[in-house]
Design a binder for this molecule. Structure first.
Ligand code: ATP
Ligand code: MG
Length: 295
């Protein structure tokens, strides 16, 4: 859809009020849940400017699982922080449900790259925080919220750790609580920044399969940042490969959900896809460091 269409959909010039309302409601049905157009973002200080995102265009459909794959420093976290409403776009448009993002909101839950639990709250307290500040705020009574918090902790196999504080947990456990807290917000959109980066491979696979199953069951739209190709193939409907500040390519992944790694590796298409993505990933590394990457 062109920028012109976006203008018309917001009810500007040339339409009566009723036509504009009709167009807007029709638009809501067809509009992607996330629309990014010509997004640029610069980090600036008194002495310097650094362009971290350069003319990014991306649409994400409701219920889609999109992985953002790219080497360190290419702008993945910056893009996610713009979507979270924590960074203001320098130029361009970022729309969620057709509306311009003006800051963080209950429609978007975030799991950050580094643990971000409240150290003064127990696991259950951290998850309850999500329920008190997200959609559950008006939906559930106090008793229901406590039951829901336990249900979300159970989703990530942590109900036994409900009364522990974050500093009594391993890295993997902390990250599972962060996932439970994000789910407890009951937001339509889940933004996850390398959430399993610091987790050992066995638990990581468990969590990947868990998030894949939960995203289908709870009908979430997920933007998941990673630099792990296998993780991206396991989870994504689409993989967006980034190079510094730009989108290099977009790959559709059509394996049915929920996926199991053991099933995927037996599928001939998996290896082909892996090779294609590995080559896109390392080509961009090679371009950015100006030399050959030895695998
Ligand atoms: N606060 C900041 N001030 C200036 N430059 C920054 C700042 N934060 C990030 N950058 C730069 O912006 C670029 C993109 O950073 P970003 O954190 O988005 O990368 P990333 O793809 O998430 O990397 P990683 O995989 O290591 O987390 C990098 O070159 C980084 O050095
Ligand atoms: Mg990052």
């Amino acid at each position: 859809m062109s920028d012109e269409k976006i203008k018309n959909e917001t009810g500007v010039a040339g339409t009566t009020e009723t036509e504009a309302a009709k167009a807007e409601s029709k638009d809501r049905e067809t509009e992607p849940i996330i629309r990014i157009r010509d997004l640029c973002f610069e980090y600036t200080d008194k002495k310097s400017r650094f362009g971290a995102l350069d003319h990014i265009d991306l649409d994400v459909e409701k219920g889609e699982f999109v992985c953002i794959l790219g080497a360190s420093g290419c702008g993945k976290s910056t893009l996610l922080n713009v979507l979270a409403g924590l960074y203001k776009p320098g130029s361009g448009k970022v729309l969620v449900n057709g509306k311009k993002i003006t800051g963080p909101g209950p429609d978007r839950a975030v799991v950050f790259q580094h643990y971000s639990l409240f150290p003064w709250l127990t696991c259950k307290g951290n998850v309850l925080f999500g329920l008190k500040s997200g959609k559950g705020k008006h939906k559930y009574s106090g008793k229901e919220r406590k039951e829901k918090a336990m249900e979300y902790l159970k989703n990530v196999n942590l109900e036994q750790a409900a009364d522990k504080y974050p500093d009594q947990l391993s890295g993997g456990m902390k990250q599972r609580v962060a996932v439970a807290r994000a789910l407890a917000l009951e937001s339509d959109i889940l933004l996850m920044d390398e959430p399993f980066g610091a987790i050992d491979p066995r638990l990581r696979l468990e969590l990947q399969e868990l998030i894949s199953a939960l995203s289908v069951e709870k009908q979430k739209t997920v933007i998941f940042v990673t630099h792990d190709i296998d993780e991206a193939i396991l989870l994504a409907d689409r993989i967006v490969v980034m190079e510094p500040a730009k989108i290099r390519s977009v790959e559709e992944i059509s394996f049915p959900h929920p996926r199991k790694r053991a099933d995927l590796i037996r599928n001939g298409e998996y290896e082909k896809l892996r090779l294609k993505l590995t080559s896109a990933f390392y080509d961009q590394l090679q371009d950015s460091i100006g030399g050959e990457v030895v695998l």
